[in-house]
Design a protein around this ligand. Structure first.
Ligand code: ADP
Ligand code: MG
Length: 327
């Protein structure tokens, strides 16, 4: 890989900011510093792998708080493990940096490792190069293969559920972009959701054997739920007025509430389906990990996703899922 050319050399930078003492007893046999990391997968389990990249100017503004970036870069990846029902084993970090800025690196590492420690997951390796700011994390997790919460498991009749709240991240984004005025007391929770999403790893684990399918809501509920519907070859009806809105979004007018809860994006909540007979099991799984869950609709035969208002009246709301290569 290309070498970084700054006062601190590449290896000093890695040693100073990203190499931490190995933790005994975990799945990491060998971490940062060799040609490869060595990771133990629990016997009988299968490896779950996911990669997500954050690009400056695309996923975050220039000048974004590096501590929040460290948190979010790992959070969006852990969110994918959560959506699969996988237990995190470790992660690697490929980083392109315009310069070795000590203050930036310290804050970035602080945000990254605080979330890593909260989930008991170690950084096992990566790559570092000079270039436009780009943060690419790969997470490794494991699960019994039959326990995976795949997108193709939804069945007609299933309840559709969502964790936490939706829409505040989008509201926070629009406020920061100057597109929308938000009271300071609402800006705080909204930008908190945008910058510091909480990956629902515990919920994903608790839903093993209960949920039939799951996805994490990164591009907007409508668009992400549509992925489950396509893969599972089913349709769905959701009640737009049953969607759990974030604190800041709850204070907005109905049209904005519906639009951002349905199509906001950057929520990193789990959307999952389960048999109606398992509703109590869903609630107790969620309660056990301290996450709120809300029933928002039903999987039906056929295809397509329909939204209604609270009285069952059809709503004309198209899925405006975020897509980097369209629109
Ligand atoms: P190689 O030349 O074999 O690719 P590198 O010189 O790129 O190795 O990296 C040296 C060691 O530092 C490797 O163990 C690699 O995994 C680790 N590493 C490099 N960059 C990072 C990073 N940003 N975070 C964590 N570990 C890193
Ligand atoms: Mg390398």
């Amino acid at each position: 890989m290309g070498k970084i050319c700054v006062t601190m050399n590449e290896f000093e930078l890695i040693a100073q900011y990203f190499e931490r003492p190995a933790r005994a007893g975990g799945p990491v046999r060998l971490g940062v510093g060799d040609d490869c990391a060595l990771l133990d997968v629990p016997s009988g389990e299968t490896l779950a792998i996911s990669t997500d990249m954050l690009v400056e100017g695309r996923h975050f503004f220039e000048g974004t708080d590096p501590e929040a970036l460290g948190h979010k870069a790992l959070a969006v990846n852990l969110s994918d493990l959560a959506a699969m029902g996988a237990a995190p084993l470790g992660f690697s970090l490929a980083l392109a940096l315009p310069a070795a800025d000590a203050g930036w690196l310290e804050a970035f590492a602080r945000g990254l490792f605080a979330l890593a420690d909260a989930h008991g997951v170690q950084l096992i390796g990566g790559d570092t190069t000079k270039g436009p700011l780009n943060i690419c994390i790969t997470v490794y997790g494991s699960l019994p293969p039959q326990a995976a919460l795949r997108r193709d498991g939804a069945r007609a009749g299933d309840d559709i559920w969502v964790s936490g709240t939706l829409g505040d991240a989008r509201l926070g984004l629009e406020a920061l972009q100057g597109k929308r005025l938000l009271d300071r007391t609402l800006l705080r929770p909204a930008s908190g959701k945008l910058h510091r999403p909480e990956p629902r790893v515990g919920l994903g684990l608790a839903l093993r054997g209960v949920a039939h399918s799951a996805i994490d809501v990164s591009d907007g509920l409508m668009g992400d739920l549509a992925h489950i519907l396509e893969r599972s070859r089913v349709g769905a009806v959701i009640d737009a007025d049953a969607l759990p809105c974030g604190e800041a979004l709850s204070a907005q007018e109905t049209a904005v509430r519906r639009a951002f809860a349905l199509n906001g994006g950057d929520d990193y909540e789990l959307c999952f389906t389960a048999a109606p007979a398992d509703a109590a099991a869903v609630r107790s799984a969620a309660q056990a990990v301290g996450v709120h869950v809300t029933r928002i609709g039903t999987i039906v035969d056929g295809e397509g996703l329909r939204a209604t208002d609270g009285s069952g009246q059809a709503l004309e709301i198209a899925a405006h899922s975020f897509d980097h290569f369209s629109g």
